[in-house]
Design a protein around this ligand. Structure first.
Ligand SMILES: [Zn+2]
Length: 456
């Protein structure tokens, strides 16, 4: 089935063909872990997670990376307020993020790279940018020279004046151009720092994603996703760094940007007071209803987030699970992805159309009387649901609301995170999680089917 995606690089709906159909690559910008994330930050992992499910059906292998930014001035600030090392903050909120995403039904990506585990890679990339004349050293900082990359501004279609306004650039005397951005900055002894050819310092945010994408996915990646709020300056800077570090090669062939969440009509961002933390919402509502709500609008459109929307999604899921409960006498069958659900998703990830299709199938199932029709409609409901990350609970668990063991989900989230850390060869993090779980009496067992856990 032809997969068509709206490519923000070309501003066109295009047929997606990977560079190598044996190894499709996708990178999505993950959170900066200094606090619990707000619900707007859950939209990219949910929608690009559905895209990952779809790509895995179409191609032999997908390598999907979603990073964790674990060094940042906001993290430093949070650590200083509490008088603790930054790892106390980042361990806590990275774990909470993985846990919250697991509760939202987001399958873990193949690679979860942490910025602080990639410092040598970041330094090497910066050195290449300096050597090729795209970056310069000034007063302990390394800056990217925007003037050295004539395509700067192309992704976000901005002219230089707009860019300066949009980036709220820091005016600094050592910058050649006001728009030049930091690749490396010096650290004082009270701040986290690493040795580098330019003294003890820490990386800028943008270079982390370029270096981690290169380390895990290669020079040119098939798909880069993220919120449209990151398009400028973050993604524009990623393009500049990676393209220049790779001798002009295309960085990301497809750029996909999700729209923002509107909460009570106001744009949701960290700077306004109307923040709804995923962590809190998950305690107040059935997680699957939040997931359904995040998929209820097309990913490129803004999504009006409200209590009313969540209530409506709960009622829709009640109907779908009610249908599955009525089909309980149908013997266990192999889930089948309905053609219409898959073709809706292949049409630029049209999740509203795919959800409407699930509702139509459920309606047919409620009317069906023949055992063959009931069995095939149940298989389609479960198969379509699987692709969307929905309808995989026992109907009884859905209707029991909240009596599901939340601690089991938390442990599963940690197990998933450890698994991802191991695959990213971040053995320090993987061991830390194993020790944490062991401390709670949870035993892990590596089996051919993956990691199993049990309480000791
Ligand atoms: Zn990024």
């Amino acid at each position: 089935m032809d997969l068509r995606l709206y490519n923000n690089r070309t501003r066109q709906l295009e047929s997606f063909e990977p560079q190598d159909d044996q190894r499709v690559t996708m990178y999505v910008c993950g959170p900066t872990v200094y606090n619990y994330v707000h619900i707007g930050n859950a939209r990219p992992p949910v929608v690009f997670g559905v895209l990952a499910n779809l790509l895995r059906r179409h191609y032999a292998r997908l390598v999907y990376a979603r990073n964790i930014t674990d060094v940042d001035d906001k993290i430093n600030h949070a650590a200083r307020e509490l008088g603790v090392p930054i790892s106390v903050i980042t361990d806590k909120y990275a774990a909470a993020y993985h846990d919250d995403m697991a509760r939202l039904g987001v399958a873990p990506p193949d690679v979860v790279p942490y910025a602080t585990a990639h410092i040598p890679h970041i330094v090497a990339m910066i050195e290449r940018l300096i050597d090729s004349g795209h970056a310069y050293v000034a007063e302990g900082h390394v800056l990217f020279s925007v003037a050295s990359f004539p395509d700067y501004g192309k992704l976000s279609r901005r002219d230089p004046d707009e860019m300066l306004a949009g980036a709220r650039v820091e005016v600094a005397p050592y910058k050649r151009d006001a728009g030049d951005f930091v690749l490396w900055k010096p650290s004082t002894p009270d701040l986290p720092g690493w040795d580098s050819p330019w003294g003890v310092g820490r990386p800028g945010w943008h270079i982390e994603c370029s270096a981690m994408a290169e380390a895990h996915l290669g020079d040119t990646i098939d798909i880069h996703g993220g919120g449209v709020d990151l398009q400028f300056p973050h993604h524009e800077n990623e393009v500049a760094q990676s393209t220049c570090a790779h001798g002009g090669q295309v960085f990301a062939r497809f750029w996909l940007h999700n729209g923002m969440l509107n909460l009570g009509g106001a744009k949701m961002s960290k700077s306004v007071g109307n923040v709804s933390l995923v962590h809190d919402l998950l305690d107040q509502h059935p997680p699957e209803a939040l997931r359904y709500a995040l998929l209820s609008a097309h990913y490129r459109q803004p999504l009006d987030w409200s209590e009313g929307l969540i209530e409506q999604c709960i009622r829709t899921l009640d109907r779908l699970y009610g249908t599955l409960r009525d089909l309980a006498d149908v013997p266990v069958i192999e889930p089948q992805v309905p053609f219409e659900v898959e073709s809706a998703l292949c049409d630029d990830l049209n999740t509203p159309a795919a959800l409407a299709e699930l509702a139509r199938i459920a309606g047919e199932a409620r009317k069906a009387t023949s055992p063959i029709a009931r069995a095939s409609l149940k298989a389609e409901l479960l198969g379509g649901g699987q692709l969307l990350g929905l309808l995989q609970q026992d109907p009884a668990a859905w209707f029991s609301r909240g009596s599901v063991d939340g601690d089991d989900l938390r442990i599963q989230g940690l197990v998933n995170e450890r698994d991802a850390a191991k695959r990213a060869r971040d053995f320090i993090r993987a061991d830390a999680i194993r020790r944490q779980l062991a401390g709670e009496g949870v035993l892990l067992e590596d089996t051919a089917q993956g990691v199993r856990w049990r309480r000791g």
